[in-house]
Ligand binder design. Structure first.
Ligand SMILES: Nc1ncnc2c1ncn2[C@@H]1O[C@H](COP(=O)(O)OP(=O)(O)O)[C@@H](O)[C@H]1O
Ligand SMILES: N[C@H](CCC(=O)N[C@@H](CS)C(=O)NCCC(=O)O)C(=O)O
Ligand SMILES: [Mg+2]
Length: 498
């Protein structure tokens, strides 16, 4: 595969001040990739540690200072070509999206189930305990959320041995890459339109991805339901946000829906925010209709009491939270594990077929109170993943560390057991992939994880949106236990249906 110049649609990871209110449309940055990226792919010569000789001579394309906004753009890490994915499993993953959306909403309404399921975790996990405190306060004050907006992503891996599509997790907060992921799919479609003949690949086999517009539409409809034309959408961001262009894609409501979006950190919300008598959240003097969290899912997002005060203030307000504290807690791994217990789904869903469809994609999930499983995991730790109640990547325990931690917990009296769940380790097929980072491609053995976005919006009894809304494919070197693009392990990819 040789082409005179690769035009990589790159929407940048960049360091910039996040809290400027959005003035510009999100811009995707086109830049000419390294000139004459004629590569050794053509003659399949072994790539010397993944770098083609020509690239050795290239000076870095641009200053990587990152200090001057707009300069030092770095393209997101991507797969050079889409990853083959069997259509039957693609359809299965899309089909269960609205069912999972409904399940999250039903579980979120059962405050007792959430509190009971996490009651022991509360004792040993401060972060989860703080979230539960906010949730309890809402229950005590009978706070209800009439308008509920969920922008979820359910992640799956295709287990090679059992040939089954198994859910890794359900993300109900800050489900990222609905902006960039779509762009990579469009890049792959473009490359296959140009070079597909050489490769015997059909660009039509890369599914269209409407994640950005569907999420933006859902947010805009939630804003409409709030019914205050002067109110804004507040995006809660991290102080050192690197993935802001992915977020800006989501915020491009202004041109399509004439809605103002502002970006604030939790500390800024505490500083500039208040809740009026009628429940309206006012931040920086502006009424807020929708709060979209792209922060607040990790202990590092709460470096002081200010951030916790801000989270509580937002929760107490009448703004539409995406997610509400109940939606957030419903997406914890402990709840995922509780929902996998026999008979539990039946508490929340009525349709037997729907329940069976969800159960079919549950991997083995256990609490640490099951001595049989603990014994097996100590014997064969490589068959398990041990997970704390954390989001954002980089928190799981694998292999021998599983055994060590289980033995430690046994010695320490098992109180801390409730902080973790155990999950069957899924082994997807390993394939040869070209991964492109900082303009350089590397040929690696890689495995992939398919995320299906789901958008859910309801106002009291009216379900306004409940749909599968695009997808994200992430691919990582098979030697890496963790995944995660923002966490630095995976690249953005798309799928080629076969
Ligand atoms: N059961 C599993 N089998 C194999 N890999 C897993 C499993 N669970 C998680 N992983 C890997 O760990 C990464 C992070 O796990 P996840 O549960 O998604 O945590 P987080 O909420 O931090 O993203 C996943 O993207 C995947 O690469
Ligand atoms: N910087 C924040 C990152 C937000 C974030 O990490 N979100 C988690 C779910 S909680 C997630 O979706 N991870 C999958 C994308 C990946 O592989 O990194 C943002 O972009 O808003
Ligand atoms: Mg994850």
């Amino acid at each position: 595969l040789s082409y005179s110049s690769s035009t990589i649609i790159a929407t940048a990871f960049s360091v910039s001040s996040p809290s400027s209110s959005l003035k510009l449309n999100p811009r995707s940055f086109l830049f000419q990739g390294p000139r004459n990226l004629s590569t050794q792919l053509r003659n399949q010569a072994p790539l010397r540690c993944g770098r083609s000789l020509e690239m050795e001579s290239q000076k870095p394309m641009f200053d990587k200072s990152g200090k001057v906004p707009g300069v030092g753009m770095m393209h997101a890490p991507i797969a050079l070509l889409p990853t083959p994915f069997p259509e039957v499993y693609w359809k299965q993953a899309c089909e269960v999206a609205p069912i999972f959306n409904e399940l999250v909403d039903r579980v979120s309404l059962d405050g007792k189930f959430i509190q009971d399921s996490l009651s022991r975790t509360k004792k040993v996990d401060i972060f989860t305990s703080r979230l539960l405190d906010i949730h309890s306060k809402m229950l005590e004050s009978n706070k209800t959320e009439d308008i509920r907006l969920g922008l979820h992503r359910s992640d799956y891996m295709l287990d090679e041995e059992t040939k089954s599509l198994l859910q890794i997790e359900m993300n109900t907060i800050s489900s990222s890459f609905s902006g960039l992921g779509r762009l990579v799919g469009e890049l792959h479609q473009s490359l296959l339109r140009s070079y597909g003949d050489h490769l015997g690949l059909d660009s039509e086999r890369v599914p269209k991805n409407s994640s950005t517009i569907q999420f933006a539409d859902a947010m805009a409809k939630a804003w409409l339901e709030y019914n205050n034309p002067r109110a804004v959408v507040l995006v809660v961001v991290q102080p050192e946000e690197r993935n802001m262009y992915d977020q800006h894609w989501q915020s491009s409501l202004r041109n399509t829906h004439n809605i103002v979006t502002i970006r604030k950190t939790l500390a800024e919300v505490e500083n500039e925010g208040r809740v009026q008598e009628d429940g309206t959240l006012i931040v920086g003097g502006q009424a807020v209709a929708v709060v979209y969290f792209r922060s607040g899912y990790s202990p590092t997002d709460y470096p002081s009491e200010s951030e916790w005060n801000a989270r509580l203030l937002i929760e107490q307000s009448s703004a539409v939270k995406c997610p509400s504290i109940a939606y957030h807690l419903t997406g914890t791994k402990k709840i995922q594990q509780e929902l996998a217990k026999p008979g539990v789904l039946e508490r929340f869903l009525d349709n037997e077929e729907d329940i069976a469809k969800l159960r079919k994609c549950f991997a083995g999930l256990w609490s640490l109170d099951d001595p049989e499983i603990i014994k097996k995991a100590i014997e064969k730790p490589e068959l398990f993943v041990m997970k704390p109640q954390r989001e954002g990547g980089g928190n799981n325990i694998y292999g021998d560390d599983v055994r060590e931690n289980l033995l430690r917990l046994q010695k320490d009296g098992e109180e801390e057991n409730a902080a973790y769940i155990l999950m069957q380790r899924i082994f997807p097929k390993v394939s040869n992939m070209f991964l492109v980072r900082e303009g350089v491609y590397h040929k690696d053995q890689a495995i992939s994880e398919l995320g299906i976005y789901g958008a859910y919006l309801r106002n009291k009894e009216r379900v306004i949106i409940n749909e599968q809304s695009g997808y994200l494919m992430r691919t990582k070197v098979s030697s890496s236990n963790e995944g995660g693009v923002a966490a630095g392990f995976a690249v953005l990819d798309s799928i080629y249906l076969n």
